[in-house]
Design a protein around this ligand. Structure first.
Ligand code: IPE
Ligand code: IPE
Ligand code: MG
Length: 252
């Protein structure tokens, strides 16, 4: 490895010290399609490079001390894309899920998949069970990288409401005892703190149904960089911006 690589390549992570790092960072991994289009490549090629970016950035986050890293990989609305693209994304999950979970396991990162997994193809569901087992073997204190697949914030809240309604119907809880925590506990993110920082690359300034309940007091960071181009230095930029924010949570 040359001297420049040593300082600016793989080891660049060691050169940066952050004032503090958010406990939970979430990313809307957007811009894969435009990245591919700019290069005259099929959209699926953008998704494949985006998957590699996920692995790099998730591992970097772990290395700098981020406990939870959560990414939006496939929304409840993404089924409306052309069948060919949906199929390509499913194939990508097939190709990368177990492999990413294994390589990230070696780096001490537990990969989890969250969302409504019921409509996913059977073989992918089985793969997700395997990925869960790998994550379980790392123990509770490992850094977690969660992939949101068939995730929708409204869908998640609707499912939570259904479960709570069942509990009320069965006499397990009284409506007057329902707290915000009762709801949080029924979300896919039940055992995680809310995201401190939510990053959306690709220039779009909207949430697109991501973590609606959990983002009540998240800091947002938007950048024009397309997700496949997103580098560890872009993450540093987002964290630096986060560290300049004054979070008041409604106080003074
Ligand atoms: C994000 O990239 C990945 C998914 C939504 C699956 P896009 O595919 O939305 O890329 P753009 O927004 O078309 O560039
Ligand atoms: C949001 O991106 C979903 C994911 C990144 C998985 P989209 O590309 O689907 O969002 P819109 O359609 O531009 O709002
Ligand atoms: Mg998009």
């Amino acid at each position: 490895m040359g001297i420049l690589n040593k300082f600016f390549g793989k080891n660049e992570t060691k050169q940066v010290t952050h004032k503090s790092v958010p406990r939970h960072i979430a990313v809307i991994m957007d811009g894969n399609g435009r990245w591919a289009k700019k290069r005259g490549m099929p959209r699926s090629a953008g998704h494949a490079v985006g998957a590699e970016t996920f692995r790099t950035i998730a591992t970097y986050c772990k290395d700098i001390g981020v406990q939870y890293f959560t990414v939006y990989a496939f929304s409840t609305e993404n089924w409306k894309r052309p069948q060919q693209e949906v199929d390509a994304l499913m194939d990508l999950f097939r190709k990368y899920l177990t492999e990413a979970a294994e390589t990230m396991f070696e780096r001490g990162v537990a990969v989890r998949v969250i969302g409504d997994l019921s409509p996913l193809p059977e073989d992918i569901k089985n793969q997700i069970s395997e990925v869960d087992k790998i994550a379980d073997s790392l123990g509770e204190n490992a850094a977690t990288a969660s992939l949101c697949i068939n995730y929708g914030g409204r869908d998640e809240i609707k499912n939570a409401v259904k479960k709570i309604a069942e509990q009320v119907k069965n006499g397990e809880i009284n409506p007057e005892d329902i707290t915000e925590n009762t709801i949080s506990k029924q979300l896919y993110t039940a055992n995680m703190p809310d995201p401190d920082l939510i990053i959306r690359p690709s220039g779009e300034i909207r949430t697109s149904n991501f973590l609606l309940w959990q983002s009540a007091y998240s800091e947002y960071y938007f950048t024009d960089v397309l997700w496949p181009d997103f580098k560890t230095t872009d993450m540093d930029g987002a964290i630096n911006a986060f560290n300049m924010r004054n979070r008041r949570f409604g106080g003074v």
